[in-house]
Design a binder for this molecule. Structure first.
Ligand code: 7PJ
Length: 289
């Protein structure tokens, strides 16, 4: 059903939960901004994440943190393309590009990206067609509003139902545009136009999103949900982030987007042991499918 995603010739095996390592090449990203700017530093970090067990590395050039304004196509290409080119030949895992811009999707695919990670779920004009033409898998993420204002006053009547409805509508739009569902990944978009109770409801209700036969990605790493609930500033969010990733995995997520790859891989492997076939107690564990 969903085990192997062909990411432009590199395989992402989602028959088991896996970790997507975050590689921000932005000067303003909220959690590690400014640290991974040049291609050299980015390559070093990518190699480290690969050796720590990342199954895919997500390269992002535009910050989408609350309040951020967006950058031009030219600036995003300038940040992302050299990094993809530098990493591509030195790594063997698939690379993902975190972008909403059709032009960046196309150029990134040429530069070796194997997966499109779009926090706008292909809603920008031209994005459906651009993504389809690359032939690559796409992660469709839910966001209420835009990064500039999404945390101002997020509102839902039924957050799990509305996020699910939105994602299924985007799956239908992608299929109509010629992107087969076998190429799609769903993501509730933790922190993107959501309060802490909204995020908590989505984390607790993740299994419903995972019930549609498409792999689910969860990105909770270092997010303010973890910070606020635990009263932790950025450098102190590791344990909370790993716990959140474990909970998401238990509730059916197959791809965990994380900055701290080694620790998250450990958590995911432990969940896998308890819930997947082969474990003596798998049948009684709720997390298995
Ligand atoms: C997410 C993302 C997420 C997906 C970011 C951060 C903010 N892509 N890009 N899901 N978050 N698919 O790194 O915390 O949750 S940027």
């Amino acid at each position: 059903m969903m085990p192997l995603l062909d990411c432009g010739g590199r395989v992402l095996d989602l028959s088991r939960p896996q970790v997507m390592g975050v590689l921000n090449v932005t000067p303003d990203s909220f959690s590690d901004g400014g640290v991974f700017m040049g291609a050299d530093t980015a390559l070093e970090r990518a190699l480290a994440m690969e050796s720590e067990g990342a199954a895919v590395i997500d390269v992002g050039g535009e910050s989408t943190r609350p309040g951020s304004q967006g950058i031009s196509v030219e600036e995003e290409l300038r940040r992302v393309i050299p990094v993809l080119e530098a990493i591509r030949s030195e790594t063997s895992v698939p690379l993902s590009v975190d972008t909403s811009k059709p032009e960046v999707m196309v150029e990134a695919a040429r530069a070796g990206a194997g997966l499109i990670n779009d926090v706008m779920a292909l809603r920008r004009p031209g994005a459906l067609e651009a993504a389809r033409d690359t032939g690559l898998p796409v992660c469709l993420m839910h966001m209420q509003g835009t990064p500039a204002s999404m945390q101002d006053n997020p509102r839902y009547r039924d957050v799990v139902g509305e996020v699910e409805g939105f994602l299924l509508e985007r799956v239908a739009a992608a299929e109509s545009a010629g992107i087969p569902r076998e190429r799609l990944v769903l993501d509730p978009g933790f922190g993107f136009g959501k309060t802490d109770p909204h995020n908590a409801a989505l984390l607790a209700g993740l299994r419903r999103l995972a019930s549609h036969g498409l792999p689910v990605l969860a990105g909770l790493s270092r997010k303010s949900l973890v910070g606020r609930v635990l009263g932790r500033e950025l450098p102190e969010r590791l344990a909370g982030s790993v716990a959140a990733a474990a909970l998401a995995t238990w509730n059916g997520a197959r791809l965990l987007r994380a900055h701290d790859v080694r620790e998250t891989v450990d958590a995911v492997r432990l969940m896998e042991y308890v819930t997947m076939e082969g474990c003596p107690v798998a049948e009684t564990a709720q997390g298995g499918r």
